[in-house]
Design a protein around this ligand. Structure first.
Ligand SMILES: [Zn+2]
Ligand SMILES: [Zn+2]
Ligand SMILES: [Zn+2]
Ligand SMILES: [Zn+2]
Length: 377
């Protein structure tokens, strides 16, 4: 039994419901709303008015877990704008077994925290509401995110965009962004070529990538994309393990994304009974990446640039990073991307196999390290 909040669409009240997973042999688990416990009491009517159920993606930095393979795009919360860093989301509790003293242990999926210690019980008695210790933590979000149906386009490329490595102008540290290219025809014109805060990928569920067939989308969030690209660069052992208790595909973040391990703590059900056969870093992005990769070859472009030839111009340099998702049948370019501006005009915008600055060759891996170093996570 676990507790979930849902909005009653006729009264607009947020209700707490006791739910259960109904498991049929051989089938996917179904969520069943058993009985309504209570209505959530808003602090004031103004706050109540801004609680909405919206198609949204939320994420948070500094975590060791996340949940990006989802069965529903809708979230309940307060989203002040279409994108930002200040979403307020209600706790979503699932029962996570018992503490040693026999008390029920609960797990808040939203804020990823256990509930049940004495202080939480006292707070429930005083305020009549279950709230985890992280419930005031604001989250990054995007409402109505860009959704890409991978079956609809000939070529989709998704990268984790990072701050530049070198520039004649100041490089501001920033959070990662998700850069997307979409081509309806192979090698044709791009209909999408820009950065997004986060994107949602719809894939063919007949592929049965994940344990539950209710999962039809994978959200590509900045922390998940960042760790995945760092893992690809470092050639870290990555895979995706499903939780042995609830079946959800596991996402490691932070230190857990950098250190392969065997025992995995589930962000969806709060249990730690999942062991992978080998030490791995688990991410659903690995399955998506491998499934759609027609080719996983990289090509160093046969182009060379000498920045010393551009005296008086401004330039910015990035190492190209491996794509998070690449569905095209051609190899990816692996090199050094350079923009050169003369006055206000961009006179170079290309990826090179070799770039010379002050008489020396730039080294791709030190450029990557500089980019990672400037990334705020
Ligand atoms: Zn919470
Ligand atoms: Zn793990
Ligand atoms: Zn689980
Ligand atoms: Zn460019």
């Amino acid at each position: 039994m676990f507790i979930e909040r849902k909005i009653n669409t006729s009264t607009n009240a947020v209700e707490l419901w006791a739910c259960e997973w109904e498991n049929s042999v051989g089938g996917a688990a179904k969520k069943v709303y058993v009985n309504k416990i209570t209505e959530e009491q808003p602090l004031n009517s103004e706050a109540a008015a801004s609680v909405t159920e919206a198609p949204a993606i939320c994420w948070s930095y500094g975590r060791t877990l996340g949940n990006i393979a989802v069965y529903s795009q809708s979230l309940i919360g307060r989203f002040p704008q279409s994108t930002g860093e200040d979403a307020e989301l209600p706790c979503e509790f699932v029962n996570a077994g018992k503490y040693r003293n026999g008390r029920d242990r609960w797990w808040c999926r939203t804020h990823q925290n256990h509930w049940g210690p004495k202080a939480d019980q006292e707070s429930l008695a005083r305020f009549g509401d279950m709230r985890c210790a992280n419930h005031t933590q604001r989250m990054h979000y995007v409402v109505s995110p860009k959704t890409i149906d991978l079956r609809e386009h000939a070529e989709v490329g998704v990268w984790c965009s990072l701050p530049a490595a070198l520039s004649t102008v100041e490089i501001k540290p920033r959070a990662p962004k998700i850069h997307v290219h979409v081509r309806p025809k192979a090698g044709g014109l791009k209909i999408v070529d820009r950065d997004f805060a986060a994107v949602s990928m719809l894939y063919n569920k007949e592929l049965e990538l994940f344990g539950s067939d209710e999962i039809t989308r994978v959200n590509i969030t900045p922390p998940a994309a960042f760790e995945f690209v760092c893992g690809l660069e470092a050639r870290r052992e990555m895979s995706c393990v499903n939780c042995s208790y609830c079946g959800y595909p596991h996402l490691d973040l932070g230190d857990f994304a950098r250190t392969p391990h065997r025992k995995h703590f589930c962000g969806n059900c709060g249990r730690d009974s999942t062991w992978s056969s080998e030490p791995i870093v688990s991410t659903p992005l690995k399955l998506l990446h491998d499934q759609y990769a027609e080719t996983l070859t990289y090509q160093v472009p046969d182009r060379r640039l000498n920045l010393d030839d551009y005296a008086g111009c401004s330039y910015t340099v990035w190492a190209s990073t491996p794509a998070v998702l690449w569905t095209a049948a051609r190899p990816q370019e692996l090199g050094i991307h350079v923009h050169v501006h003369k006055a206000n005009q961009r006179i170079v915008d290309d990826t090179f196999g070799e770039v010379v600055l002050n008489g020396a060759h730039l080294d791709r891996s030190s450029l990557i390290q500089a980019m990672i170093h400037r990334t705020i996570t």
